[in-house]
Design a protein around this ligand. Sequence first.
Ligand code: ADP
Length: 487
Amino acid sequence: MSPLPDIEIKYTEIFINNEWHKADKGKTFPVINPSTGEVIANVEEATRTDVDKAVEAARKAFHVDSPWRTMQPADRGALMRKFAELLRRDIKYLAQLETLNNGKPVHDSMGDIGLSANCIDYYAGWVDKITGETIPAGNGHFLYTEHEPVGICGQIIPWNFPILMLAWKLGPALACGNTVILKPAEQTPLSALYCAALIKEAGFPPGVVNIVPGDGPECGNAIVVHPHVDKLAFTGSSEIGRLIQETAAKHHHYRVSLELGGKSALIICEDADLDYAAKVAHQALYFNAAQCCCAGSRTYVHAKIYDEFVAKCVELANKRVVGDPYDRNTEQGPQVSEEQFNKILGYIEAGNKEGAKLECGGKRACDKGYFIQPTVFSGVKDDMKIAREEIFGPVMSLLKYDCYEDVIKRANSSSFGLAAGIVTKDLTRALTITKRLHAGTIWINDYNTFWNQAPFGGFKQSGHGRELGSYGLEGYYEVKTVSIKLA
Ligand code: ADP
Protein backbone atom coordinates (compact mmCIF):
# COMPACT_ATOMS: atom_id res chain seq x y z
CA MET A 1 0.00 0.00 0.00
CA SER A 2 1.44 3.38 -0.94
CA PRO A 3 1.56 5.98 1.83
CA LEU A 4 -1.72 7.81 2.22
CA PRO A 5 -1.83 11.24 0.66
CA ASP A 6 -1.61 14.04 3.11
CA ILE A 7 -5.14 15.36 2.88
CA GLU A 8 -6.30 18.13 5.11
CA ILE A 9 -9.79 17.45 6.46
CA LYS A 10 -11.28 20.92 6.45
CA TYR A 11 -14.88 20.42 7.54
CA THR A 12 -16.24 18.18 10.29
CA GLU A 13 -19.11 20.25 11.68
CA ILE A 14 -22.81 20.59 11.01
CA PHE A 15 -23.73 23.01 8.20
CA ILE A 16 -26.79 25.13 8.98
CA ASN A 17 -27.62 28.59 7.61
CA ASN A 18 -24.27 28.73 5.78
CA GLU A 19 -22.48 28.41 9.13
CA TRP A 20 -20.58 25.62 10.88
CA HIS A 21 -22.00 24.34 14.15
CA LYS A 22 -20.93 21.97 16.90
CA ALA A 23 -23.47 19.29 17.77
CA ASP A 24 -25.94 20.39 20.41
CA LYS A 25 -25.24 17.30 22.55
CA GLY A 26 -21.49 17.77 22.10
CA LYS A 27 -21.03 14.30 20.60
CA THR A 28 -18.86 13.31 17.66
CA PHE A 29 -18.52 10.08 15.70
CA PRO A 30 -15.42 8.57 14.12
CA VAL A 31 -15.10 8.34 10.33
CA ILE A 32 -13.03 5.38 9.17
CA ASN A 33 -10.67 4.92 6.23
CA PRO A 34 -11.79 1.56 4.79
CA SER A 35 -8.36 0.94 3.24
CA THR A 36 -6.77 0.75 6.69
CA GLY A 37 -9.54 0.56 9.28
CA GLU A 38 -8.10 3.67 10.93
CA VAL A 39 -9.96 6.78 12.07
CA ILE A 40 -9.68 9.72 9.63
CA ALA A 41 -11.60 12.32 11.58
CA ASN A 42 -14.25 12.82 14.22
CA VAL A 43 -17.37 14.48 12.91
CA GLU A 44 -20.01 16.35 14.90
CA GLU A 45 -23.02 14.09 15.40
CA ALA A 46 -26.26 15.89 14.66
CA THR A 47 -29.17 14.87 16.85
CA ARG A 48 -32.82 15.93 17.03
CA THR A 49 -32.13 19.47 18.27
CA ASP A 50 -29.64 20.06 15.45
CA VAL A 51 -32.15 18.78 12.89
CA ASP A 52 -34.74 21.17 14.39
CA LYS A 53 -32.31 24.05 13.83
CA ALA A 54 -31.61 22.96 10.27
CA VAL A 55 -35.33 22.70 9.48
CA GLU A 56 -35.92 26.13 11.00
CA ALA A 57 -33.17 27.57 8.79
CA ALA A 58 -34.65 25.86 5.71
CA ARG A 59 -38.11 27.21 6.61
CA LYS A 60 -36.83 30.73 6.92
CA ALA A 61 -35.02 30.41 3.60
CA PHE A 62 -38.28 29.18 2.04
CA HIS A 63 -40.38 32.10 3.30
CA VAL A 64 -42.36 33.54 0.42
CA ASP A 65 -40.50 36.86 0.61
CA SER A 66 -37.04 35.36 1.11
CA PRO A 67 -34.16 36.07 -1.30
CA TRP A 68 -34.34 32.47 -2.54
CA ARG A 69 -38.08 32.60 -3.27
CA THR A 70 -38.04 36.00 -4.91
CA MET A 71 -34.97 35.35 -7.05
CA GLN A 72 -35.35 35.13 -10.84
CA PRO A 73 -35.20 31.47 -11.95
CA ALA A 74 -32.18 32.27 -14.12
CA ASP A 75 -30.32 33.57 -11.07
CA ARG A 76 -31.12 30.34 -9.24
CA GLY A 77 -29.67 28.49 -12.23
CA ALA A 78 -26.55 30.67 -12.10
CA LEU A 79 -25.96 29.69 -8.46
CA MET A 80 -26.28 26.04 -9.39
CA ARG A 81 -23.85 26.44 -12.29
CA LYS A 82 -21.41 28.18 -9.96
CA PHE A 83 -21.63 25.21 -7.59
CA ALA A 84 -20.91 22.84 -10.51
CA GLU A 85 -17.95 25.00 -11.52
CA LEU A 86 -16.53 24.84 -7.97
CA LEU A 87 -16.90 21.05 -7.96
CA ARG A 88 -14.78 20.98 -11.11
CA ARG A 89 -12.28 23.49 -9.71
CA ASP A 90 -11.67 21.32 -6.63
CA ILE A 91 -12.01 17.95 -8.33
CA LYS A 92 -8.51 16.75 -7.40
CA TYR A 93 -8.86 17.49 -3.71
CA LEU A 94 -12.42 16.20 -3.57
CA ALA A 95 -11.50 12.97 -5.35
CA GLN A 96 -8.71 12.32 -2.84
CA LEU A 97 -11.12 12.99 0.00
CA GLU A 98 -13.81 10.75 -1.48
CA THR A 99 -11.30 7.94 -1.93
CA LEU A 100 -9.96 8.35 1.59
CA ASN A 101 -13.42 8.05 3.08
CA ASN A 102 -15.17 5.64 0.68
CA GLY A 103 -12.24 3.59 -0.64
CA LYS A 104 -13.14 3.74 -4.33
CA PRO A 105 -10.21 4.10 -6.76
CA VAL A 106 -9.29 7.75 -7.12
CA HIS A 107 -9.99 7.76 -10.89
CA ASP A 108 -13.52 6.52 -10.11
CA SER A 109 -13.90 9.35 -7.59
CA MET A 110 -12.82 11.82 -10.29
CA GLY A 111 -15.45 10.30 -12.59
CA ASP A 112 -18.15 10.62 -9.92
CA ILE A 113 -17.35 14.29 -9.33
CA GLY A 114 -17.41 15.08 -13.05
CA LEU A 115 -20.81 13.38 -13.29
CA SER A 116 -22.01 15.28 -10.22
CA ALA A 117 -21.07 18.63 -11.74
CA ASN A 118 -22.79 17.64 -15.00
CA CYS A 119 -25.92 16.64 -13.09
CA ILE A 120 -26.09 20.00 -11.30
CA ASP A 121 -25.55 21.79 -14.65
CA TYR A 122 -28.27 19.68 -16.26
CA TYR A 123 -30.78 20.67 -13.58
CA ALA A 124 -29.62 24.31 -13.69
CA GLY A 125 -30.92 24.27 -17.24
CA TRP A 126 -34.40 23.38 -16.01
CA VAL A 127 -34.99 26.34 -13.67
CA ASP A 128 -36.96 28.42 -16.19
CA LYS A 129 -38.63 25.52 -17.96
CA ILE A 130 -40.73 24.10 -15.14
CA THR A 131 -43.98 25.40 -16.53
CA GLY A 132 -47.68 24.74 -16.04
CA GLU A 133 -50.41 24.66 -18.70
CA THR A 134 -53.31 26.71 -19.85
CA ILE A 135 -56.32 24.42 -20.09
CA PRO A 136 -59.41 24.95 -22.31
CA ALA A 137 -62.47 25.89 -20.21
CA GLY A 138 -64.92 27.63 -22.55
CA ASN A 139 -65.51 31.35 -22.83
CA GLY A 140 -66.59 32.01 -19.24
CA HIS A 141 -63.41 30.84 -17.52
CA PHE A 142 -59.66 31.06 -17.67
CA LEU A 143 -57.96 27.94 -16.38
CA TYR A 144 -54.29 27.27 -15.81
CA THR A 145 -51.81 25.38 -13.68
CA GLU A 146 -48.56 26.49 -12.16
CA HIS A 147 -45.78 24.48 -10.59
CA GLU A 148 -44.59 25.53 -7.16
CA PRO A 149 -41.75 24.12 -5.07
CA VAL A 150 -42.93 21.57 -2.49
CA GLY A 151 -41.04 23.30 0.32
CA ILE A 152 -38.56 21.87 2.78
CA CYS A 153 -37.02 18.65 1.49
CA GLY A 154 -35.41 16.05 3.75
CA GLN A 155 -32.89 14.04 1.75
CA ILE A 156 -31.16 10.97 3.16
CA ILE A 157 -28.37 9.40 1.11
CA PRO A 158 -26.13 6.31 1.25
CA TRP A 159 -22.36 5.79 1.25
CA ASN A 160 -21.73 4.09 -2.12
CA PHE A 161 -21.62 7.29 -4.24
CA PRO A 162 -21.42 10.04 -1.61
CA ILE A 163 -20.99 13.08 -3.91
CA LEU A 164 -22.99 11.76 -6.84
CA MET A 165 -26.00 10.93 -4.66
CA LEU A 166 -25.81 14.42 -3.20
CA ALA A 167 -25.88 15.87 -6.73
CA TRP A 168 -28.80 13.65 -7.80
CA LYS A 169 -30.74 14.88 -4.76
CA LEU A 170 -29.82 18.58 -4.73
CA GLY A 171 -30.14 19.07 -8.51
CA PRO A 172 -33.91 18.66 -8.94
CA ALA A 173 -34.75 20.04 -5.46
CA LEU A 174 -32.90 23.32 -6.07
CA ALA A 175 -34.01 23.63 -9.70
CA CYS A 176 -37.61 23.68 -8.48
CA GLY A 177 -36.79 26.27 -5.80
CA ASN A 178 -37.01 24.13 -2.66
CA THR A 179 -34.81 24.27 0.42
CA VAL A 180 -33.02 21.20 1.74
CA ILE A 181 -31.82 19.33 4.80
CA LEU A 182 -29.50 16.61 3.55
CA LYS A 183 -28.12 13.80 5.68
CA PRO A 184 -25.07 12.01 4.27
CA ALA A 185 -24.39 8.43 5.36
CA GLU A 186 -22.59 8.20 8.68
CA GLN A 187 -19.81 6.18 7.00
CA THR A 188 -19.03 8.87 4.40
CA PRO A 189 -19.91 12.41 5.51
CA LEU A 190 -16.66 14.17 4.55
CA SER A 191 -17.21 15.01 0.88
CA ALA A 192 -20.76 16.24 1.55
CA LEU A 193 -19.40 18.64 4.18
CA TYR A 194 -16.82 19.93 1.72
CA CYS A 195 -19.64 20.42 -0.81
CA ALA A 196 -21.45 22.46 1.84
CA ALA A 197 -18.52 24.89 1.86
CA LEU A 198 -18.73 25.12 -1.95
CA ILE A 199 -22.46 25.84 -1.74
CA LYS A 200 -21.72 28.75 0.56
CA GLU A 201 -18.92 29.95 -1.71
CA ALA A 202 -21.22 29.73 -4.73
CA GLY A 203 -23.44 32.29 -3.00
CA PHE A 204 -26.60 30.37 -2.12
CA PRO A 205 -28.57 32.30 0.51
CA PRO A 206 -28.24 30.94 4.07
CA GLY A 207 -30.58 28.07 4.90
CA VAL A 208 -31.20 26.92 1.32
CA VAL A 209 -28.96 23.86 1.79
CA ASN A 210 -28.25 22.45 5.24
CA ILE A 211 -26.09 19.38 5.76
CA VAL A 212 -26.48 17.35 8.94
CA PRO A 213 -24.05 14.49 9.51
CA GLY A 214 -25.37 11.86 11.90
CA ASP A 215 -26.73 8.36 12.24
CA GLY A 216 -29.97 6.85 10.93
CA PRO A 217 -32.05 6.10 14.02
CA GLU A 218 -31.58 9.55 15.61
CA CYS A 219 -30.62 12.11 12.95
CA GLY A 220 -32.28 10.42 9.94
CA ASN A 221 -35.39 9.67 11.95
CA ALA A 222 -35.57 13.27 13.19
CA ILE A 223 -35.80 14.40 9.55
CA VAL A 224 -38.42 11.76 8.69
CA VAL A 225 -40.77 12.65 11.57
CA HIS A 226 -40.27 16.41 11.48
CA PRO A 227 -43.63 18.19 11.11
CA HIS A 228 -42.14 20.94 8.95
CA VAL A 229 -40.46 18.71 6.39
CA ASP A 230 -42.65 18.70 3.28
CA LYS A 231 -40.97 16.02 1.19
CA LEU A 232 -38.65 13.10 1.86
CA ALA A 233 -36.24 11.55 -0.61
CA PHE A 234 -34.29 8.47 0.37
CA THR A 235 -31.69 6.27 -1.30
CA GLY A 236 -30.54 3.20 0.58
CA SER A 237 -31.54 -0.30 1.61
CA SER A 238 -35.05 -1.64 1.06
CA GLU A 239 -35.31 -2.42 4.75
CA ILE A 240 -34.71 1.20 5.82
CA GLY A 241 -36.80 2.45 2.89
CA ARG A 242 -39.78 0.49 4.16
CA LEU A 243 -39.20 1.79 7.68
CA ILE A 244 -38.99 5.38 6.41
CA GLN A 245 -42.18 5.07 4.40
CA GLU A 246 -44.02 3.58 7.40
CA THR A 247 -42.68 6.16 9.84
CA ALA A 248 -43.35 9.00 7.41
CA ALA A 249 -46.97 7.93 6.91
CA LYS A 250 -47.51 7.76 10.68
CA HIS A 251 -46.30 11.36 10.86
CA HIS A 252 -48.53 12.50 7.99
CA HIS A 253 -45.78 12.71 5.42
CA TYR A 254 -47.01 11.40 2.09
CA ARG A 255 -44.45 12.83 -0.28
CA VAL A 256 -41.79 10.18 -0.10
CA SER A 257 -39.58 9.01 -2.95
CA LEU A 258 -37.48 5.88 -2.49
CA GLU A 259 -34.59 4.47 -4.48
CA LEU A 260 -33.87 1.12 -2.87
CA GLY A 261 -32.12 -2.17 -3.41
CA GLY A 262 -31.91 -4.52 -6.34
CA LYS A 263 -30.99 -7.99 -7.48
CA SER A 264 -30.69 -7.24 -11.14
CA ALA A 265 -30.60 -9.98 -13.77
CA LEU A 266 -28.19 -9.85 -16.68
CA ILE A 267 -29.18 -12.25 -19.45
CA ILE A 268 -26.39 -13.51 -21.71
CA CYS A 269 -27.90 -14.91 -24.91
CA GLU A 270 -26.42 -17.82 -26.86
CA ASP A 271 -25.51 -15.63 -29.85
CA ALA A 272 -23.53 -13.07 -27.83
CA ASP A 273 -19.87 -12.36 -28.52
CA LEU A 274 -18.54 -14.15 -25.46
CA ASP A 275 -15.50 -11.98 -24.79
CA TYR A 276 -17.61 -8.85 -24.98
CA ALA A 277 -20.41 -10.37 -22.90
CA ALA A 278 -18.00 -11.48 -20.19
CA LYS A 279 -16.64 -7.93 -20.00
CA VAL A 280 -20.16 -6.53 -19.68
CA ALA A 281 -20.99 -9.06 -16.95
CA HIS A 282 -17.73 -8.26 -15.16
CA GLN A 283 -18.27 -4.54 -14.99
CA ALA A 284 -22.03 -4.94 -14.36
CA LEU A 285 -21.16 -6.73 -11.14
CA TYR A 286 -17.76 -5.53 -9.93
CA PHE A 287 -18.01 -1.80 -10.68
CA ASN A 288 -17.61 0.23 -7.46
CA ALA A 289 -16.59 -2.97 -5.60
CA ALA A 290 -20.13 -4.17 -6.44
CA GLN A 291 -21.57 -1.57 -4.09
CA CYS A 292 -24.27 -0.50 -6.55
CA CYS A 293 -28.00 -0.90 -6.06
CA CYS A 294 -28.30 -1.82 -9.75
CA ALA A 295 -25.35 -4.29 -9.80
CA GLY A 296 -25.90 -7.12 -12.28
CA SER A 297 -25.82 -9.65 -9.47
CA ARG A 298 -27.68 -12.53 -11.15
CA THR A 299 -25.92 -13.42 -14.37
CA TYR A 300 -28.12 -15.81 -16.40
CA VAL A 301 -26.13 -17.61 -19.07
CA HIS A 302 -27.52 -19.78 -21.87
CA ALA A 303 -26.70 -23.48 -21.35
CA LYS A 304 -25.01 -23.73 -24.76
CA ILE A 305 -22.31 -21.24 -23.80
CA TYR A 306 -22.33 -21.69 -20.03
CA ASP A 307 -19.02 -23.48 -19.41
CA GLU A 308 -17.04 -21.30 -21.77
CA PHE A 309 -18.60 -18.19 -20.25
CA VAL A 310 -17.78 -19.28 -16.69
CA ALA A 311 -14.12 -19.72 -17.71
CA LYS A 312 -14.03 -16.20 -19.18
CA CYS A 313 -15.59 -14.66 -16.08
CA VAL A 314 -13.09 -16.43 -13.83
CA GLU A 315 -10.22 -15.20 -15.98
CA LEU A 316 -11.41 -11.60 -15.74
CA ALA A 317 -12.05 -11.85 -11.99
CA ASN A 318 -8.57 -13.25 -11.40
CA LYS A 319 -7.05 -10.40 -13.40
CA ARG A 320 -8.94 -7.68 -11.54
CA VAL A 321 -6.52 -5.44 -9.65
CA VAL A 322 -7.56 -5.08 -6.02
CA GLY A 323 -5.73 -2.87 -3.56
CA ASP A 324 -4.51 0.65 -2.93
CA PRO A 325 -7.23 2.98 -4.26
CA TYR A 326 -4.66 5.73 -4.83
CA ASP A 327 -2.75 3.57 -7.30
CA ARG A 328 -3.90 4.40 -10.83
CA ASN A 329 -3.84 0.71 -11.84
CA THR A 330 -6.25 -0.31 -9.12
CA GLU A 331 -9.71 -1.38 -10.26
CA GLN A 332 -11.19 -2.30 -6.90
CA GLY A 333 -10.64 -0.71 -3.50
CA PRO A 334 -11.97 -1.91 -0.16
CA GLN A 335 -15.60 -2.40 0.78
CA VAL A 336 -16.83 0.64 2.65
CA SER A 337 -16.89 -0.73 6.21
CA GLU A 338 -16.11 -3.66 8.45
CA GLU A 339 -19.83 -4.34 8.72
CA GLN A 340 -20.20 -4.65 4.94
CA PHE A 341 -16.99 -6.69 4.73
CA ASN A 342 -18.27 -9.23 7.28
CA LYS A 343 -21.71 -9.36 5.69
CA ILE A 344 -20.20 -10.17 2.28
CA LEU A 345 -17.95 -12.89 3.69
CA GLY A 346 -21.11 -14.31 5.29
CA TYR A 347 -22.78 -14.48 1.87
CA ILE A 348 -19.74 -16.25 0.42
CA GLU A 349 -20.01 -18.80 3.24
CA ALA A 350 -23.73 -19.22 2.47
CA GLY A 351 -22.94 -19.81 -1.23
CA ASN A 352 -20.47 -22.52 -0.28
CA LYS A 353 -22.87 -24.13 2.19
CA GLU A 354 -25.81 -24.15 -0.22
CA GLY A 355 -23.78 -25.98 -2.83
CA ALA A 356 -22.75 -23.34 -5.38
CA LYS A 357 -19.32 -23.98 -6.86
CA LEU A 358 -16.67 -21.45 -5.82
CA GLU A 359 -14.68 -20.86 -8.99
CA CYS A 360 -12.32 -18.19 -7.62
CA GLY A 361 -11.85 -15.68 -4.82
CA GLY A 362 -13.91 -16.15 -1.69
CA LYS A 363 -11.50 -14.61 0.80
CA ARG A 364 -10.30 -11.29 2.07
CA ALA A 365 -7.65 -9.57 -0.03
CA CYS A 366 -4.74 -7.50 1.36
CA ASP A 367 -3.60 -7.81 4.95
CA LYS A 368 -5.51 -4.85 6.35
CA GLY A 369 -8.57 -2.85 5.42
CA TYR A 370 -11.85 -4.25 4.10
CA PHE A 371 -10.74 -5.71 0.76
CA ILE A 372 -12.42 -8.79 -0.73
CA GLN A 373 -11.20 -10.95 -3.61
CA PRO A 374 -13.34 -10.82 -6.76
CA THR A 375 -15.38 -13.99 -6.31
CA VAL A 376 -17.22 -16.13 -8.86
CA PHE A 377 -19.79 -18.83 -8.08
CA SER A 378 -21.08 -21.14 -10.80
CA GLY A 379 -23.93 -23.62 -10.50
CA VAL A 380 -26.03 -21.06 -8.65
CA LYS A 381 -29.73 -21.88 -8.24
CA ASP A 382 -32.53 -19.33 -7.94
CA ASP A 383 -33.46 -20.34 -4.40
CA MET A 384 -29.96 -19.89 -2.96
CA LYS A 385 -29.41 -16.95 -0.63
CA ILE A 386 -26.74 -15.49 -2.92
CA ALA A 387 -29.26 -15.43 -5.79
CA ARG A 388 -32.08 -13.88 -3.78
CA GLU A 389 -30.55 -11.30 -1.47
CA GLU A 390 -28.61 -8.15 -2.21
CA ILE A 391 -24.95 -8.88 -1.39
CA PHE A 392 -23.48 -5.46 -2.21
CA GLY A 393 -20.10 -7.08 -2.65
CA PRO A 394 -17.86 -8.60 -5.37
CA VAL A 395 -19.59 -11.96 -5.60
CA MET A 396 -20.68 -13.03 -9.08
CA SER A 397 -23.47 -15.61 -9.33
CA LEU A 398 -23.67 -17.49 -12.64
CA LEU A 399 -27.00 -19.21 -13.29
CA LYS A 400 -27.80 -21.48 -16.25
CA TYR A 401 -30.93 -21.33 -18.44
CA ASP A 402 -32.18 -23.25 -21.49
CA CYS A 403 -35.03 -21.20 -22.92
CA TYR A 404 -35.97 -17.54 -23.06
CA GLU A 405 -39.45 -17.93 -21.61
CA ASP A 406 -37.91 -19.59 -18.59
CA VAL A 407 -35.18 -17.01 -18.06
CA ILE A 408 -37.64 -14.12 -18.29
CA LYS A 409 -39.80 -15.77 -15.62
CA ARG A 410 -36.78 -16.36 -13.43
CA ALA A 411 -35.41 -12.85 -13.92
CA ASN A 412 -38.81 -11.48 -12.88
CA SER A 413 -39.15 -13.78 -9.89
CA SER A 414 -37.25 -11.35 -7.65
CA SER A 415 -39.11 -8.97 -5.36
CA PHE A 416 -36.77 -6.24 -6.66
CA GLY A 417 -37.06 -4.52 -10.03
CA LEU A 418 -34.39 -1.88 -10.35
CA ALA A 419 -32.49 -2.83 -13.50
CA ALA A 420 -31.70 -5.65 -15.90
CA GLY A 421 -29.41 -6.28 -18.84
CA ILE A 422 -29.37 -8.33 -22.02
CA VAL A 423 -26.37 -9.18 -24.18
CA THR A 424 -27.21 -10.39 -27.69
CA LYS A 425 -26.61 -9.53 -31.33
CA ASP A 426 -30.31 -10.04 -32.08
CA LEU A 427 -32.12 -6.76 -31.44
CA THR A 428 -35.56 -8.32 -31.94
CA ARG A 429 -34.80 -10.81 -29.21
CA ALA A 430 -33.43 -8.03 -26.98
CA LEU A 431 -36.55 -5.91 -27.40
CA THR A 432 -38.88 -8.86 -26.96
CA ILE A 433 -37.21 -9.69 -23.65
CA THR A 434 -37.15 -5.99 -22.68
CA LYS A 435 -40.95 -5.78 -23.02
CA ARG A 436 -41.33 -8.67 -20.59
CA LEU A 437 -38.84 -7.68 -17.89
CA HIS A 438 -40.07 -5.93 -14.74
CA ALA A 439 -37.34 -3.39 -14.14
CA GLY A 440 -36.89 0.38 -14.18
CA THR A 441 -33.86 0.38 -16.47
CA ILE A 442 -32.88 -2.18 -19.12
CA TRP A 443 -29.39 -2.08 -20.57
CA ILE A 444 -28.89 -3.81 -23.91
CA ASN A 445 -25.29 -4.78 -24.77
CA ASP A 446 -24.21 -2.42 -22.03
CA TYR A 447 -24.52 -1.89 -18.28
CA ASN A 448 -24.28 0.91 -15.70
CA THR A 449 -24.62 3.70 -18.27
CA PHE A 450 -26.41 6.67 -16.74
CA TRP A 451 -27.83 9.73 -18.43
CA ASN A 452 -28.74 12.93 -16.63
CA GLN A 453 -31.63 13.30 -19.07
CA ALA A 454 -33.05 9.79 -18.55
CA PRO A 455 -34.94 8.61 -15.45
CA PHE A 456 -33.60 6.00 -13.05
CA GLY A 457 -35.61 4.15 -10.40
CA GLY A 458 -37.27 0.91 -9.51
CA PHE A 459 -40.28 -1.28 -10.10
CA LYS A 460 -41.62 -3.38 -7.19
CA GLN A 461 -39.60 -3.31 -3.94
CA SER A 462 -36.82 -1.29 -5.56
CA GLY A 463 -38.71 1.87 -4.72
CA HIS A 464 -40.91 4.47 -6.29
CA GLY A 465 -40.46 7.80 -7.98
CA ARG A 466 -37.68 8.45 -10.44
CA GLU A 467 -34.45 10.38 -10.24
CA LEU A 468 -32.76 12.24 -13.12
CA GLY A 469 -34.34 13.63 -16.26
CA SER A 470 -37.57 15.60 -16.28
CA TYR A 471 -39.17 12.76 -14.27
CA GLY A 472 -36.74 13.55 -11.47
CA LEU A 473 -38.35 16.97 -11.06
CA GLU A 474 -41.84 15.60 -10.48
CA GLY A 475 -41.36 14.86 -6.78
CA TYR A 476 -40.14 18.38 -6.15
CA TYR A 477 -43.05 20.53 -7.27
CA GLU A 478 -46.70 20.87 -6.40
CA VAL A 479 -49.20 21.56 -9.16
CA LYS A 480 -51.63 24.38 -8.42
CA THR A 481 -54.76 24.72 -10.53
CA VAL A 482 -56.12 28.26 -10.90
CA SER A 483 -59.69 28.62 -12.17
CA ILE A 484 -60.85 32.18 -12.97
CA LYS A 485 -64.43 33.11 -13.76
CA LEU A 486 -64.46 35.92 -16.26
CA ALA A 487 -66.93 38.55 -15.17
P1 ADP B 1 -26.87 0.59 4.00
O1 ADP B 1 -27.55 -0.64 4.54
O2 ADP B 1 -26.49 0.47 2.59
O3 ADP B 1 -25.83 1.15 4.91
P2 ADP B 1 -29.03 2.17 4.89
O4 ADP B 1 -30.32 2.00 4.22
O5 ADP B 1 -28.84 1.57 6.25
O6 ADP B 1 -27.95 1.68 3.87
O7 ADP B 1 -28.63 3.69 5.01
C1 ADP B 1 -28.86 4.65 4.02
C2 ADP B 1 -29.09 5.98 4.70
O8 ADP B 1 -30.24 5.87 5.53
C3 ADP B 1 -27.96 6.43 5.61
O9 ADP B 1 -27.81 7.84 5.50
C4 ADP B 1 -28.47 6.06 6.99
O10 ADP B 1 -27.92 6.82 8.04
C5 ADP B 1 -29.95 6.34 6.84
N1 ADP B 1 -30.80 5.65 7.83
C6 ADP B 1 -30.58 4.46 8.41
N2 ADP B 1 -31.57 4.16 9.28
C7 ADP B 1 -32.45 5.19 9.24
C8 ADP B 1 -33.69 5.49 9.90
N3 ADP B 1 -34.22 4.67 10.78
N4 ADP B 1 -34.31 6.64 9.59
C9 ADP B 1 -33.79 7.49 8.69
N5 ADP B 1 -32.64 7.27 8.04
C10 ADP B 1 -31.96 6.15 8.30
